[in-house]
Write a protein that binds this ligand. Structure first.
Ligand code: ADP
Ligand code: MG
Length: 629
């Protein structure tokens, strides 16, 4: 029998054959080179398996062989060098059924094994890629049930993957959202083409914007078996883009409005000034006085409008100083109450110690007033109006959500009402000039635009929180400064006649019409007036006029030399001279805010003669030189 087995073994087409006895000793062995080399090395006959084979191979074969000798069939995969062998063993029985030996057959399965391995590897890799993608990836079957969802998708949908797989959109989302999604899935499957679109979903009450691509999912034969969805959450990105494009829009509107307002300003200065001069000259009893009064009133109103537009376009010349915000708000309380009526409760909630802010106080008061008036209008049936000041630290996260804000310390001034609130659409236009939801009246829609301009020009930010029916909060963030040790007293208000006593005033303005009107107002009130169209001419005038010049009244923005330089040069020649600036506009304000020296005496153009005269008088009467060089 052994010889028959030997013959058989030698002739095996592949693999090897081994016959062993009850002591696990080789009886017969043979086969192809690989198999023989591994399991039945030359000269193994009569020797025990464990004495011939390397221990790790012997260890995996012995149990198999023993099992065979007890009558069972068994199989094992055995690694040998860089190959894999499948070894099957079973009993050899005589004609009576008694086990006389064991037999094993081996077969090289390296190729199969490698293919299997490669497949498993690429599956794992695919799984890994899907799982580690920061994009949300989902697959649905043709019935719309989720069959796969990666962890980014689970995070986006706000539920564990286990709660989503096996269910469809109808079970997970509000009906309209699920309906839209199902419709798109069906379309993609029927057309067999991908679709990319931006979609809005609501997760945990928060609206998210997704950039979602749906593709048909196909099997091996190209049949569509479902939909693959890949989505990216672009909510923050879109919000940022919206904010930036809004800021852009505001910027160009501001530029346009500011340009027009600038020219108007000069024209109005002339109209107003000339009307006043005429009124002065005409006899009290003159019948047409009222016409002139009307011209003056209309021009004054127009000037007010112009001023608001300039404020919005951030082209006002501000006179900022450090001041205590609580002081400013507290000081306005008594002025605000009567505006609100009996049904609105006004509550001030001021920080224990507010930081100082660097602002033009009159302008910030205007900004606060605008917010308060809006709050009043939003509560026709009464309500509660809170004015709150705080010191806050803006962290990275908050700053990111409120681009282009920078992290850091701010002093905030918030106006909160319990009124009708606003929808998103209204909120997106809020700060645009002439945007209003109130029936037309003079200057409507400029309140928030003005406030916005003032806040921006003061280096601050303004943010809104509101929903329909839920009231509104407007919060102004201003750069924080060390609290002031003692409150800075407001500049003294001088009343009474503000006439000149023969003092000489040098008027410098590049606009001839403005110069003429200003000169005439001053002359009529007891001043001697010299005039110049610019800095160079002003210096010439100084040379030609040896007598005293008491005050320099100069425009701020002029083509060759700005007001500040003129003042410096003039002071160089006449150290004791007082300076008053006048302006309504600063083209540089667009690029970098055109600001004056702190505490500089200043009149806004177009001016009423009374205001100009008061400012000039006050500057002359001040004993100290308050204007810094
Ligand atoms: P105006 O008050 O003249 O309409 P504003 O620029 O001050 O102009 O305000 C623009 C619009 O913003 C208002 O018409 C109103 O629709 C809305 N608004 C402003 N403040 C509030 C508020 N506190 N509550 C509700 N809506 C407001
Ligand atoms: Mg308003």
């Amino acid at each position: 029998m052994a010889s028959l087995y030997s013959t058989l073994a030698r002739n095996l087409p592949d693999g090897s054959l081994v016959l062993f006895d009850h002591d696990l000793r080789y009886i017969v062995a043979g086969g192809d080179d690989g198999g023989v080399a591994a399991l039945a090395p030359p000269g193994c006959q009569g020797k025990a398996v464990r004495d011939v084979l390397p221990p790790e191979i012997a260890q995996s074969l012995e149990p198999l062989y023993r099992a065979a000798l007890t009558g069972r069939r068994a199989a094992a995969e055995v690694a040998y060098e860089d190959r894999w062998l499948l070894v099957r063993a079973g009993p050899v029985r005589d004609e009576h059924g008694a086990i006389v030996a064991g037999m094993s057959l081996s077969q090289d399965i390296t190729d199969t094994k490698q293919a299997e391995h490669a497949l498993r590897g690429s599956r794992d890799l695919l799984q890994e890629i899907i799982e580690s993608s920061s994009d949300a990836i989902v697959a649905k079957d043709l019935e719309g049930r989720y069959v796969l969802i990666n962890s980014s998708a689970a995070r986006l949908l706000g539920r564990p993957a286990g709660e989503i797989v096996g269910r469809d959109d109808a079970a997970l989302f509000p009906a309209d959202q699920a309906g839209r999604s199902r419709e798109a899935d069906t379309r993609v499957c029927s057309r067999g083409e991908s679709e990319t679109a931006e979609e809005h979903i609501v997760v945990d009450g928060r609206r998210r914007t997704l950039l979602l691509t749906r593709s048909p999912l196909r099997d091996h034969d190209g049949r569509i078996i479902g939909v693959l969805g890949v989505a990216r959450d672009v909510t923050e990105q879109r919000q940022l883009e919206d904010r930036l494009s809004r800021a852009h829009r505001m910027e160009s509107v501001a530029r346009l409005a500011g340009g027009i307002a600038h020219d108007f300003n000069n024209l109005l200065t002339v109209v107003l000034g000339s009307a006043e001069i005429l009124l002065d000259d005409l006899p009290r009893a003159y019948a047409r006085r009222s016409d002139l009064e009307e011209i003056k009133a209309a021009a004054t109103q127009a000037a007010q409008l112009t001023r608001q537009v300039l404020a919005y376009s951030r082209q006002q010349v501000l006179a900022p100083r450090l001041l205590d915000l609580n002081g400013l708000v507290g000081g306005m309380e008594s002025a605000l109450r009567p505006l609100l009526g009996a049904r609105i409760e006004l509550a001030l909630d001021l920080a224990a110690q507010s930081g100082a802010v660097r602002v033009d106080s009159a302008q910030l008061e205007q900004a606060l007033l605008n917010l308060v008036l809006n709050a009043r209008d939003a509560m026709p049936g009464g309500g509660r109006l809170q004015v709150v000041t705080r010191t806050v630290v803006v962290d990275e996260a908050f700053a990111r959500e409120h681009a282009p804000m920078r992290p850091g310390r701010y002093t905030t001034l918030a106006v909160r009402d319990t009124g009708v609130g606003m929808d998103e659409e209204t909120q997106s236009h809020l700060f645009e000039p002439f945007f209003t939801t109130k029936p037309g009246r003079h200057g409507a829609g400029l309140g928030l635009a003005t406030t916005y301009g003032i806040v921006k020009q003061s280096g601050g930010y303004i943010w809104t929180e509101s929903a329909p029916g839920a009231g509104a909060t407007f919060t102004i963030y201003l750069p924080w400064h060390e609290p002031l040790v003692a409150a800075v007293p407001p500049p003294p208000e001088s009343a009474g006649a503000a006439r000149g006593a023969g003092e000489t005033v040098l008027v410098v303005d590049d606009e001839p019409a403005v110069r003429v009107v200003t000169k005439r107002i001053l002359q009529r009130s007891g001043y001697a007036v010299l005039e110049a169209a610019g800095g160079v001419e002003a210096l010439d005038t100084l040379r030609e006029h040896p007598g005293p010049i008491h005050l320099l009244l100069t425009d701020v923005i002029m083509p060759e030399m700005n007001g500040r330089e003129v003042a410096q040069r003039v002071r160089g020649q006449r150290p004791g001279i007082r300076v008053v600036y006048m302006s309504g506009y600063s083209p540089e304000a667009i690029a970098h805010d055109g600001l004056l020296d702190e505490g500089a005496a200043f009149v806004r153009k177009p001016f009423e003669s009374g205001l100009l005269l008061q400012t000039v008088r006050r500057a002359l009467d001040t004993t100290e030189q308050i204007t810094l060089a």
